[in-house]
Design a protein around this ligand. Sequence first.
Ligand SMILES: Nc1ncnc2c1ncn2[C@@H]1O[C@H](COP(=O)(O)OP(=O)(O)O)[C@@H](O)[C@H]1O
Ligand SMILES: [Mg+2]
Length: 354
Amino acid sequence: MTHVRINNLTKAYSGVDAPAVADLDLDIPSGRLIALLGPSGCGKTTTLKMIAGLIRPTAGDITFDGDSIVRIPPEKRGAVMVFQNYLLFPYMSVGQNVGFGLKMAGVDPKTIDQRVKEMLNLVRLPDISDRRPKQLSGGQQQRVALARALITKPRVLLLDEPLSNLDAHLRDEMRELILSVQRDLGITTIFVTHDQEEAVLLADRIAMIFDGRLQQFASPDVFYRHPASERIARFLGGVNFLPGKRQGDTVETDVGSFRFAPGGEDERPPEDGLLTIRPEQIVLGQPTAENTVQGRVVSRIFVGTYTRYRLALGSHQIEAVRSADVAGDFAEGQDVPIGFPADRVWMVRPDQAA
Ligand SMILES: Nc1ncnc2c1ncn2[C@@H]1O[C@H](COP(=O)(O)OP(=O)(O)O)[C@@H](O)[C@H]1O
Ligand SMILES: [Mg+2]
């Protein structure tokens, strides 16, 4: 297991003004799976390639267990990268693809055969060793690529959007496979994705990146409860933002004041910012509860398992989602008590200040 540290890592491609990756700091404990999450073009692949040794950083350092690896050639780093489009060797059989790294390292054929078998079992593809990549489905090719990456027992596994070319059900299957292999081997893994749901389902911690810069590095739970900025909250599906001023653990807005639960030590909500709460956390129709204000239903959409309400609150509009399991329904135009549970309310800095 390998402890990975990334210190002030920067990549400026020549001829491009803004750096693709700027001053990135990440501390990834041994054996963890972290996700690099961010929109297309934010520098995720560039970061992985610097760790793999495929491109050279402009500045900064990467260490594995405390030793800098930036001057070590890629094949000696023990970091392997699995690409979005698999990149299997088309003229080699599956077995030859998987065994390639060991063959290059001069391992004897018998041992290679044995290890190839183990790896194909690990990715749940026994018995396809003799096939060619083009005879496999996309999901199978991705699993072969994973087996090929893991056969050399790397210290660090780098996965660049490995699920993005797969259909929905194959994606679920592959995601579970990645999780179980990662847990079995205990290999430190960096998983790149632009899909927040994928990051939440897989990662111990998520590094949110915009424009090459780290915005927040926290557990999925913290991202949902305590996003650091409006932009992060919106990226994670947040839609409710009310301007407010904070005093201690209370936010004053023009529709009322709301208490909220303080976050951890390193989470400092701004004093002047936006109150935010996720639609599914809002409680409707309980007039006596704490943090409750009166609003009005503007519109409602029944979506089967839940109803989505648009609500007028003073001069603002917010959205709330109510599970179909909860009794009671509210009609358009109806006045309704709107509750913001204190442990679900948070303050973020607005985009302009980001
Ligand atoms: N070889 C390159 N030369 C110049 N600019 C590049 C090169 N590769 C990537 N970029 C730019 O760097 C930024 C980050 O790219 P990339 O790391 O591929 O982002 P992501 O993987 O998050 O989509 C983008 O603006 C991209 O256009
Ligand atoms: Mg990319």
